[in-house]
Write a protein that binds this ligand. Sequence first.
Ligand code: TNX
Length: 757
Amino acid sequence: MLMKASIRTSMETPVKAPVKTRIKVLLLALALCLPALPLRAQLLPRPREVRYTEGEFTLTASTRLAADPALTAQADYLAARVPLQRSFAPVACDAVQLLTDPSLEEEAYRLEVTPLGVTLCGGGAGGVFNGIQTLLQLLPPEVCGGGLKFPVSIGCCTIGDAPRFGYRGVMIDVARTWIDAERLRRCIDLLACHKINRLHLHLSDDEGWRIEIKSHPELTGVGAFRGPGTPIRAIYGKWAERYGGFYTQEEMRSLIRYAADRNIEIIPEIDLPGHSRGIARVHPEILCDYRPDTSASGGYDLRSAWCVAREENYTLLEEILGELCALFPSPFFHIGGDEVVRTQWEHCPRCRALTERRAMASAAGLQGYFMDRLVGILARYGKRPMVWNEATDGGITREAVVSGWENLKKARAAAAAGYSTVVMPAEYFYFDMRQSPREEGHNWAAVVSPERVASFDFAKAGFTPAMMRQVVGVEGAFWSEAYLSHEPEKPDYLDYMLFPRVAILSQLAWRGEPLSMDEWRRELNDRHFDRLGAMGVRYRLFPPSVTFADGRLTVRAAHSGEQIYYAIDPLPSEVSSSPGDGPFDDSSSAGELHPYTGPIATTRPERYRFCTRRGTGRSPWVATEAYYRTITPAVRLTSSMPESRKAPFERVERYASMAWTARTCTRGDWFLFTFDSPVACREIEIRTGNPQLPRYIFNAGRVEVSCDGVNFESAGLLKQGRFVLRPGRPVKAIRVTNTADDNGGDHVALQPLRIRR
Ligand code: TNX
């Protein structure tokens, strides 16, 4: 920073010297210029106008911070990071001044750094907050962790900036995995640093109810917990404990304030009328009027949609929504509307009668009717509805703001139909999707690498100018079904999934246009990763590249600031079994981490995996194709559970895709893999459940191995429905026996074996 002024001076000094010296000076200037280049690139998201000028301003312990009295919260925020002397009167020099200027838009700001001080003028408190973020980015990364040391200089500049979109959102699903107030506060802080201004909170789902309703304490008293002793079954994990939690209204009020001080508005979502199994376990009467078939699910009622025709449902909903409308100051209220299982209404005599009475063409009309009733309730409380895009099928009012999530086409369609649209197509902005093909996480929409997020471009994505007039902003979504299985007590998985993808999203949200991936790599590597590191964020680094040639494994890190490590898989004789591996439990399964110092000579490249680390950041594991290569010896699958006709066992025998049983498991149920002839291999991975999630698993089970198909010996216990067997001898058969009551679902999913030679 301190160098900047002199760099410019040297560049601007007219040089009259011998040619040799001139070249030298030129080269020197060029060299000095290089580190100065990221100056422009260090601001993220990119401001609209940046002009660097002569000189610099040095912050010292005597520099004053003067703020308009209406900006106390913003001044406090800044002072917590840059410990300046507060002044309650305007100061002419050696000061940072925070002001508002009503001629600017609310979220716009102008930041001026002169040798006399810093003047930050926002249209409103939001603009000032945005400007503070830019100011912090002009300081060394340590400022993000509260470790700023005076004196520190800022190069003089004028920055004029305003967001392209008024809605710059991130959605967090606190229903599937509980994220308590303290951890949510941390998320709010991190989002605020990226000028995200909406936090969409998914407060209810099949797995739990997360907000206190004073008139219905049972909704959280019972409905916020699952597992043993509660009516809600654990389907995604934490099987053995009563798991969950909720925000009291008092806590929520404090979170709302905390977020507002950081220019973030919290938008609550209660997902209706589907995704409501949780509340339906507390209030079964809200369901349709027919007895469900519970034989496959071991007596558990899996119905998840509110009955549309039951009038008392609207009374209960008004009691719930009424309280929440009073609690949340946001003008928006998200009422869900996604993935409704309408067949439940088709089975219900009351719903059928309503369809006939109102001459509705189909069950879609019922959803329209239900959503209209909710819109009516919200209108009484002065709220504007937000909905998932499926709600447009039922013809919801054009007043509604649509979250266009299913895919690009649906997001475009909502805008084309004249709805104010939040663009969040899953294939670009679902941050629960995995980030490269071999990582964990969903992939139903796409593999959403940071590169993919960066590639989003409204024009290329087919948004016409007319559609763009309806686009109110963009949103990234963190759904948390998989989070639960990654130790949510630690922020690792959440951080890894959100960062840097949120940073990349923030550029699009702020400017409406992407940066190239080259720019992104430079942005992140040169500056932003250090800022995230200073805040203790366990962000994802770009993966290293690994090649194998001439008997040597060669690895290149994505950036010189990273340290490369490797792990060597043990040979079968070294270990008989171990728990499953993945990018998140590397410490337990990867064995020892060795620092990589140069190419590794080996005849067995399939044993090596690599990753990089940089402070709190880490890359996914990377290996050559040899590591992932599997063999497919002839095998037969049998079980105590009948197979589903939809997904028969034969799929697994062909190593094609997963198979399902026709019912859930109970204690003592087993499945058995028998090879035609004994298989000699390094590793066999057994997986129950869906490929992306530990769901429909044997949540507890015993694994036994046999060399002859007759005598079995114990190999260990499943962990999250998985087991990695490292047999010392050829294997003829593997048997897995369930040791838990059920899996919370209506079937067990079995994956093809992954056998590594
Ligand atoms: C679809 S997005 C859902 C969520 C899941 C998500 C997983 C939406 C409105 N519905 O319930 O968590 O996919 O990616």
